[in-house]
Structure formats: structure tokens, C-alpha cells
Design a protein around this ligand. Structure first.
Ligand code: NAD
Length: 523
């Protein structure tokens, strides 16, 4: 019996959240397997780096072609394991990855090639300097279940094109999607030993963190992120932390109610509200509040909830019942403190244990958990605010700072407010789609994380910048080397006057004094 239990504990059971069906059982990697995977990719990485950027870009092109050919199949795999409607899997996962590949194919060459560093200082003019972008070596990636394909794929593609090898520890809830990513990469020509997946729960992630990797890119909750940051600090391991959010939506008094309410409903309920960039708080100018809240409630009631495999489904199940419990507890607390349920507000047991009705709450207050903690479920809490200043104050009154949106017909006003909101991204008149803009950096401030993925800044995270300096006069000693004395000191003062003095006279005098430098005998 004990043996059975041990074996059971070493297997991950992947479930379909819509039906509870067992999709596959997969062996769970222990510490030894994780370390072995890291050793394997470490051994293979130098050859991958030496292959050169152009050849790695070619591999990305093959990956893109292979993914495009299998787009519908991959979308269905995502839906079966993560629950979201197939249309969402196509748009928010497959399309995002195809376009991330496109971005890297088009831009990796110019973003990663050596870059000259011109010197303005006269003392260093005889040197040539340039930046060399080197891969870190082995990048560990730990990813969540909510975007099981787009998150690890975009990070992996950037890491690989920069010449790194990767060990991915996907969420224990969505290992099949990660294994599909591995098959796409390997089919495209990424050697087996350059990209490895280790399937397991938290301990497998902890094992990856403690193994000899060179950088970790983590996406997940603030709680786990803090643990990771503490462990990484012990060994000064560089990390990128993409953590939770409580994104506010600010609806100003000149907003288009119909458009903004549709955005709020989509932004709150896409992926059943299980998106780091979900609209989790909505602040609406009091003059629009009633009309806006009613429009949101009406549109929410029309959403079709069900199995994501049904093409007519708008909102699928949540990933697991324990996630439903968190949503339920936030909604119950809000109700007890005076919030009004305008739509939904209950489980949907007739559909299955993981379903919660898309819910709109009115009359919420800033103190409620639903406005302070990440709910990560299908709830749209709406609150009236007095004006722009009030809306910005409430938006910034949060431990999180991932993204935000401002809704207005006045672009200047939108931009003004956007600049005052503390977040990694602020969108004016749109929500969430920033994640799909391959050129845009993704990441947060405050508890929402450290570092960036996607775009130029995401690629920068995958390399170490080395400054390479070449002196063009190898036969000449430098004037600033040993052999100091009073006259040298005066000459140096003269040099500073010449370079930074304010008046022409002081600069000329400085030049004359500095001229003595060259006559000094250096050791
Ligand atoms: P989680 O923190 O529970 O798990 C994330 C990953 O970390 C999983 O692979 C898990 O197995 C692993 N893990 C757990 N404990 C670990 C440990 N001690 N050491 C190493 N690894 C460990 O998060 P989740 O529930 O999978 O994902 C949801 C969270 O992710 C939400 O908070 C959401 O906002 C956040 N998220 C953020 C972004 C972003 O880009 N900022 C994107 C998606 C999700």
C-alpha cells in the first residue's frame, strides 16, 4: 500500500476541467530528474549558442510553420486541459505565439547583434567600445496553468533565439500543453537536449530553482513569487517575476458606455476571469455608473457558459473547484458588506463542479476583498467614483501594479491619466490585448513583479550584456597611470577645466595646463 501511495505521489494526473475526465497520467520529475535535465541542457547549450543567430532564427521560422499547420489541434489540446473556449485558445494562445515568433524572426538579428558604443569623452576617444549580448546559459522557466501555451512559449522562444538552453517546469495542472510545446520545438530542429520539460508540482519547481541554472523566469502567484525571490537572493540568481494583478478599469464621464461595458465584460470574463490582466476592479464616473452597471449586467446575462469545446461557449469552466471556492468567498464577503449582485453570483453545479456564473457586483467599496485581493475568477465589481483624480487615487490604492485601462473619447485626457497610474502597462480604450502585442513589454510594478517578458525588453532579459573595449594604441601608456605628483595634479585640474569649465577663458587656460600631461614620465 505504501508503495502504491509513493507511486501515486509521483504521477501527475491531468484533468479536463469541463468534464473531470482524466486526460493523461504523467510521471512526476523528482529532484534527481530535474538536476539531470539541467545537466543535459547545460552540456548542449554551447553548441546551440555556436550555431549562430541566423540559424536559430531559421529554427524559429520552422517552429512558426509547424505551429501554424497544427493550430487547431493545439488549440483543442489547450481547451481540453485548461477549459477556455477554442476561439480563445486560438486568439490568446496560438496567435500570440505565432506573432511572438514573427517578432523574433523579424527583430532578433537587429536586437541581439553587437552594438557600437561611441565615446564622447576625449580621454576615451582612442578606444573602440561595443556591446556583446551573450546568452546566460541555462534558463529555467516556471509557468502557470492559465495561459499554459502562450506564457511558456513566448519566454522559451526568446530564450532560445538568444542562444540559451531551457528547462521548463509547467504547471502541474497543464503538463500536456507543455509537452506539445516540446514536440513543436523539437520538430522544428531544437535539439532534445536544448529544451527539456520537467513535469511536477511545486517541489519540482523548487528543485529547478536550486539546481545550477543561470536565470529563472517565473510566472505565477505573488505568494510563490516571494518564495522564489527569497531563494534566488541566497545565490544571487537573476530572476524575472511575472506575478498577480488586480487591474483597474477607469471609465471617465465622456466614455462610450456601450463600448466600455462590452470591454469590461470581455476583460472580466475572458478565460473565466483567470487572467493576470483581467479587469478585476472597475471605477466608473458617478454620472455613468447606473447606465454602465446595467449594461454590464445585461451583457453578462447573455453569456453562454459551458464546455469550451462547444463553439458557442463564451465562458468555460474554472480550472479547479478550489479556485471556485476563492471566487465564492470573495463574492460572499462583498455581499455581506453591502455589495449588490447585478448578474450571476452563484455556482452552476448543473454544468459541473468547476463552473461559476459570470458575476457583476455593484455598490462595492474599496475595502472589500473583491477590490483588494486577486480574485482570479469571473467577477466584475463596479464602483462609482467622483472624478478623474478620485479614479486615479483608487486605481493606485493597491499592492498590485500589472496593468490598467482608461476609457475616454479624449485621447489627451486618457494619456494624462495613464501617465499617473502605477502599472507596467496602461491601455487607453482597450483591455488585455497588450499581452498579444509582441513588440510591447509585459510585466508589472509593485507586487506584480520584477522584469519584463515580450518585445525588446523581454529579449534583453535573456542575455547578459558584455561591454567589450578595444584600445587602438597598444604601444602607448595611459596618462592616468602611476607616477602622480603635484604637476600631474595641476595638469589634471587643467584637463577638467578644459572639458567642463564654463567660460572660454577657463577652458583655454585648462587646455594649456593639461598639455603638460603628455610630457610626464609614466611608470
Ligand atoms: P502558482 O504560484 O501557484 O504556481 C505557478 C508555478 O509555480 C507552477 O508551475 C507551480 O507548480 C510552481 N510552484 C509552486 N510552488 C513552487 C515553489 N515553492 N517553488 C518553485 N515553483 C513553485 O500560480 P498559479 O496558480 O499556477 O497561477 C496563477 C497566478 O499566476 C495568478 O496569481 C496570476 O495572476 C499569475 N499570473 C501572472 C502572469 C503575469 O504575466 N504577470 C501571467 C499569468 C498568471
Amino acid at each position: 500500500m505504501a508503495t502504491d501511495l509513493q507511486i501515486a505521489a509521483r504521477r501527475i494526473v491531468s484533468l479536463n476541467p469541463a468534464t473531470g475526465e482524466v486526460l493523461r497520467e504523467i510521471d512526476c520529475a523528482g529532484e534527481v530528474e530535474v538536476r539531470t535535465a539541467v545537466q543535459r541542457v547545460r552540456a548542449a547549450q554551447p553548441a546551440w549558442a555556436e550555431l549562430g543567430l541566423r540559424r536559430r532564427i531559421e529554427v524559429l521560422r520552422k517552429f512558426q510553420t509547424g505551429l501554424y499547420a497544427r493550430k487547431s489541434e493545439i488549440a483543442a489540446v489547450i481547451t481540453r486541459e485548461a477549459g477556455k473556449p477554442v476561439a480563445e485558445a486560438l486568439v490568446t494562445e496560438v496567435l500570440v505565439v505565432l506573432d511572438a515568433a514573427r517578432f523574433l524572426i523579424d527583430n532578433a538579428w537587429s536586437l541581439l547583434r553587437d552594438e557600437p558604443v561611441p565615446h564622447a569623452n576625449i580621454v576615451t576617444k582612442l578606444k573602440t567600445g561595443w556591446l556583446v549580448r551573450e546568452p546566460h546559459g541555462v534558463i529555467g522557466i516556471i509557468s502557470p496553468w492559465n495561459y499554459p501555451f502562450s506564457i511558456p512559449s513566448t519566454e522559451t522562444l526568446a530564450a532560445l533565439v538568444a542562444g540559451n538552453a531551457v528547462v521548463l517546469k509547467p504547471s502541474e495542472l497543464t503538463p500536456i500543453v507543455a509537452l506539445e510545446l516540446a514536440s513543436l520545438l523539437h520538430d522544428a530542429g531544437v535539439p532534445d537536449d536544448v529544451f527539456q520539460v520537467v513535469v511536477g508540482e511545486g517541489p519540482a519547481g523548487a528543485a529547478l530553482l536550486s539546481s545550477p541554472i543561470d536565470k529563472l523566469v517565473f510566472t505565477g502567484s505573488v505568494t510563490t513569487g516571494k518564495r522564489i525571490a527569497a531563494a534566488a537572493a541566497e545565490r544571487l540568481l537573476p530572476v524575472v517575476l511575472e506575478l498577480g494583478g488586480k487591474d483597474p478599469m477607469l471609465v471617465l464621464d465622456d466614455a462610450d458606455i456601450d463600448v466600455a461595458s462590452s470591454a469590461a465584460v470581455w476583460g472580466a470574463f475572458v478565460n473565466a476571469g483567470q487572467a493576470c490582466l483581467s479587469v478585476e476592479r472597475c471605477y466608473v464616473h458617478h454620472s455613468l455608473y447606473e447606465a454602465f452597471a446595467n449594461a454590464c449586467a445585461e451583457k453578462t446575462k447573455q453569456l453562454r457558459v459551458g464546455d469550451g469545446m462547444d463553439a458557442h461557449t463564451d465562458v468555460g469552466p474554472m480550472i479547479r473547484e478550489r479556485q471556485v471556492r476563492i471566487v465564492e468567498s470573495h463574492v460572499e464577503e462583498a455581499k455581506q458588506r453591502g455589495a449588490r449582485v447585478l448578474a450571476g453570483g452563484m455556482r452552476l453545479p448543473q454544468l459541473g463542479p468547476n463552473y461559476y456564473a459570470p458575476t457583476v457586483l455593484g455598490d462595492v467599496t474599496q475595502e472589500m476583498r473583491i477590490m483588494r485581493e486577486e480574485t482570479f475568477g469571473p467577477v466584475l465589481p463596479i464602483m462609482a467614483c467622483a472624478g478623474d483624480k478620485d479614479a486615479v487615487r483608487m486605481a493606485n490604492d493597491s499592492e498590485f501594479g500589472l496593468a490598467a485601462s482608461v476609457w475616454t473619447r479624449d485621447a489627451k485626457r486618457g494619456e494624462r491619466l495613464a501617465r499617473r497610474i502605477h502599472a507596467g502597462t496602461v491601455m487607453v480604450n482597450d483591455v488585455i490585448s497588450c499581452f498579444g502585442i509582441s513588440e510591447a513589454p509585459h510585466g508589472g510594478v509593485k507586487a506584480s513583479g520584477v522584469g519584463r517578458t515580450h518585445g525588446r525588453f523581454g529579449l534583453d532579459e535573456m542575455v547578459r550584456v558584455k561591454y567589450l573595449d578595444m584600445d587602438r594604441l597598444p604601444g602607448m601608456k595611459k596618462v592616468w597611470w602611476h607616477g602622480y605628483g603635484e604637476s600631474f595634479q595641476r595638469q589634471m585640474e587643467g584637463f577638467l577645466d578644459m572639458q567642463f569649465g564654463q567660460g572660454l577663458g577657463s577652458r583655454l587656460r585648462g587646455a594649456l595646463r593639461a598639455a603638460g600631461v603628455v610630457r610626464r614620465k609614466r611608470l
